[in-house]
Write a protein that binds this ligand. Structure first.
Ligand SMILES: Nc1ncnc2c1ncn2[C@@H]1O[C@H](COP(=O)(O)OP(=O)(O)OP(=O)(O)O)[C@@H](O)[C@H]1O
Ligand SMILES: [Mn+2]
Length: 460
């Protein structure tokens, strides 16, 4: 605007203090007086347009940066996704304001959880039995954790391994480690850097070890203590060589040029030409507390599972009234479980919940096992993971109360504080932090949308 003002004043000396505007200077000096006015008007129009474009980009930088997965466009969830985004654009600004800890019993409870994450028990108490003893139908531990939590996490990171074999469960490469006291852990190796973006469909790629660890902490924050304890663990190649069973050794070799130990294991997707190898003689991964057999884990097909075939749609993808069918086949509590899980999966970006697992021993209460297909792409939000929520338009009151408590950045602030205790911040990159907050807002918008369109209360 200052330049325009100077031109009006014919004060070219001052205008041309911008030495690099040579072209502009030549044009202006060669223009006749009446052309100058056209030029000035055009310049003003141009500046106003630039300012408008800047305003649009500035105000839409958060929400419109959401990329909806292309598959959504061809199915019944397309309309729902559009409505959710519409609801997001007019979401009450109150959802951006954090709540003070002193004003919320949920935040105070999370503070107790945080303190329980720290090391507390140093005596010779059997931490693994203590971890098992707190399991009941409300989950794998109380919402505030257990006083043994921090010490158990520490033990899982440091216990001496006496046996390493491959696990035949599931379809991806996994190791089963046994500690001296016979406690077992599942080990999912690190295939990708934390910063790697997984492209393709929502279930593309291999398991993300960091996704398993982050899912454990996020489940605690969201009030679903249903993920077995997961820690980052580093195995060294000597340890691997010394503890490997004969069976595992048959699928292991040392790369003659790099001297790194490579393992290809035995599983549906395991291939000799696609092994996992140590890096600088270390193998990083997620160590998952193996649940005792007495809980009687049972697997069922998830009703909102995908077809896993490019051109084949499942019923929930094409039928807007799919929830009516669900309501006749599942009781309300189970439907509310599916909705809790959908929100959890949407937040972590897991679109691969093809099975759900329950503890038969504890009233068939649901667990959140296998969260490895999460944290793949922080730039894409797969709104169709939320289908159970927006197709049924129901949510547990206590889940909604907790989600609202985590607004205004509290969610990722708590996550960061939790990771600081036993893990490093390097487990999660900044774009993923932004994705977590953005997806939380999409959930608020979905619930608000449901509230507006339902005649009865959606809170159960
Ligand atoms: N912590 C655990 N405690 C007990 N059993 C477990 C645990 N984690 C996994 N399992 C069992 O192992 C099975 C396979 O684990 P997981 O689903 O993580 O592997 P996966 O290779 O990703 O399988 P899929 O190909 O089905 O996705 C589970 O379905 C469950 O029955
Ligand atoms: Mn899996």
């Amino acid at each position: 605007m200052y330049i325009v003002y100077l031109i009006f004043k014919y004060d070219f000396k001052n205008v041309l203090f911008l030495k690099n505007l040579y072209l502009f200077r030549i044009i202006m000096l060669n223009l006749r007086c009446y052309y100058r006015y056209y030029c000035i008007i055009l310049l003003i129009i141009f500046l106003v347009l630039c300012f408008n474009v800047y305003l649009v980009l500035f105000f839409s930088r958060d929400e419109t940066s959401i990329k909806i997965a292309p598959t959504v466009k061809y199915n019944a969830t397309y309309l729902a996704a559009q409505n959710i985004l519409k609801s997001l654009r007019i979401l009450d600004k109150d959802f951006e304001l954090p709540i003070k800890t002193s004003q919320s019993s949920i935040l105070r409870e999370i503070n107790i959880l945080l303190s329980n994450l720290k090391l507390k028990i140093n005596g010779d108490i059997d931490l693994y039995s203590s971890t098992i003893n707190v399991i009941n139908e409300n989950g794998l531990m109380p919402l505030y954790g257990s006083p043994y939590l921090g010490s158990t996490i520490n033990l899982l990171k440091t216990s001496k391994i006496i046996k390493t074999c491959y696990s035949i469960k599931g379809t991806q490469l996994k190791l089963l480690l046994t500690f001296e006291n016979k406690q077992e852990v599942l080990f999912k190796p690190k295939w990708y850097l934390e910063s790697e973006v997984i492209h393709g469909n929502v279930y593309a790629g291999k398991d993300r070890y960091n996704g398993e660890i982050l899912a454990f902490y996020i489940s605690l924050i969201l009030g679903f203590p249903r993920v077995p304890i997961v820690v980052k663990r580093i195995l060294d190649s000597t340890e691997l060589q010394e503890t490997a069973t004969i069976g595992l050794k048959k699928t292991m070799y040392i790369n003659s040029t790099t001297k790194e130990t490579c393992i290809y294991g035995k599983c549906y997707y395991c291939k000799r030409e696609d092994p996992i190898c140590t890096k600088s003689l270390r193998l990083e991964g997620a160590a998952i507390f193996y649940l005792p057999s007495f809980i009687n884990l049972k697997q069922y097909l998830h009703p909102w599972r995908r077809s896993y075939k490019e051109n084949q749609r499942t019923r929930w993808e094409t039928d807007n009234n799919f929830c009516d069918y669900i309501k006749t086949n599942y009781d309300l509590e189970r439907i509310l479980d599916f909705i809790d899980i959908a929100m959890f999966d949407f937040i972590i970006g897991n679109g691969d919940r093809h099975l759900y697992e329950v503890m038969e021993r504890f009233n068939n209460s649901i667990l959140l096992i296998d969260n490895g297909k999460s944290f793949g792409n922080p730039y894409e939000d797969n709104i169709d993971i939320l289908a159970p929520l927006y197709q049924c338009c129901l949510i547990r009151q206590k889940t909604w109360d907790r989600l609202k408590t985590l607004k205004g950045g509290k969610f990722t602030e708590i996550l960061q504080n939790m990771l600081d205790v036993h893990e490093t911040i390097s487990l999660i990159t900044l774009p993923h932090y932004y994705a977590l907050e953005r997806r939380m807002k999409i959930i608020y918008a979905s619930v608000v949308m449901c509230q507006k369109k339902s005649n009865e209360s959606i809170f159960k």
